[in-house]
Ligand binder design. Structure first.
Ligand SMILES: Nc1ncnc2c1ncn2[C@@H]1O[C@H](COP(=O)(O)OP(=O)(O)OP(=O)(O)O)[C@@H](O)[C@H]1O
Length: 198
């Protein structure tokens, strides 16, 4: 949950996000959101060129059943655990810049696994610092990383994913330390698991 004051995304006097089902209890919303976004994540993702537009389409796909603003950038300031994310008035510009740089780097195609992990960690750190959506950033990030890795020829082994560990690494990256995130990503690459029983 995010700290936001007088948040127009929430039912008045609550921190529960307005949602398509009209669920007013956080518990109920959490359960529905988790279930349906997981369901959507098992479907084919919208196709695209790993662009900013594509990223928004992925978020829209995952959360289309829950929020009217799925795929749209937020209009309020948000923070989490003391980290304040990009102000809404700068999101569009920052996202455009980030995805332009990604395209310029050829989506990290041709990088060896070590280099890919480092580049992807930096990209993810920047993406998280922007946090374009009011909710669902973590899931959109991971979905996009999966596509990015696949396209770059370094598919992820998602069953190795430790949500707690990646979250800690993402938080560390917010403070400028990308080493842990690089290590997490490197550990998810298929190449790293060869010959091991993991
Ligand atoms: N204190 C923090 N500083 C920076 N980033 C954080 C912090 N706490 C969590 N994050 C990151 O924010 C992202 C989660 O954002 P958000 O809650 O919008 O997404 P979600 O998909 O709804 O949640 P989750 O990823 O927990 O399922 C994750 O990448 C997480 O690592």
């Amino acid at each position: 949950m995010y700290a936001a004051i007088d948040d127009p995304y929430c039912y008045p006097g609550t921190t529960v996000l307005k949602n398509k089902l009209g669920l007013r209890e956080q518990r109920d919303l959490d359960a529905f959101e988790t279930e349906i976004s997981f369901q959507r994540s098992t479907e084919a993702m919208p196709t695209g060129r790993l662009s900013y537009t594509h990223y928004r389409a992925i978020h829209r796909h995952l959360f289309q059943d829950v929020y009217t603003w799925a795929g749209k950038v937020r209009t309020v300031r948000i923070s989490k655990g003391g980290s304040t994310f990009c102000y809404p008035e700068h999101i569009d510009q920052e996202m455009s810049k980030l995805f332009k740089a990604l395209a310029k780097a050829k989506h990290f195609k041709g990088s060896n696994p070590q280099a890919f992990a480092k580049q992807a960690a930096h990209f993810l750190a920047e993406l998280n610092a922007i946090h374009p959506f009011r909710e669902g950033n973590g899931r959109a990030q991971l979905t996009f990383l999966t596509l990015l890795a696949e396209k770059a020829g370094h598919p992820l082994v998602l069953r190795r994913l430790d949500p707690e560990r990646i979250m800690k690494a993402v938080i560390a990256s917010f403070g400028g330390n990308e080493a842990a995130l690089t290590a997490v990503i490197q550990g998810l690459l298929e190449e790293q698991g060869r010959g091991s029983a993991r």
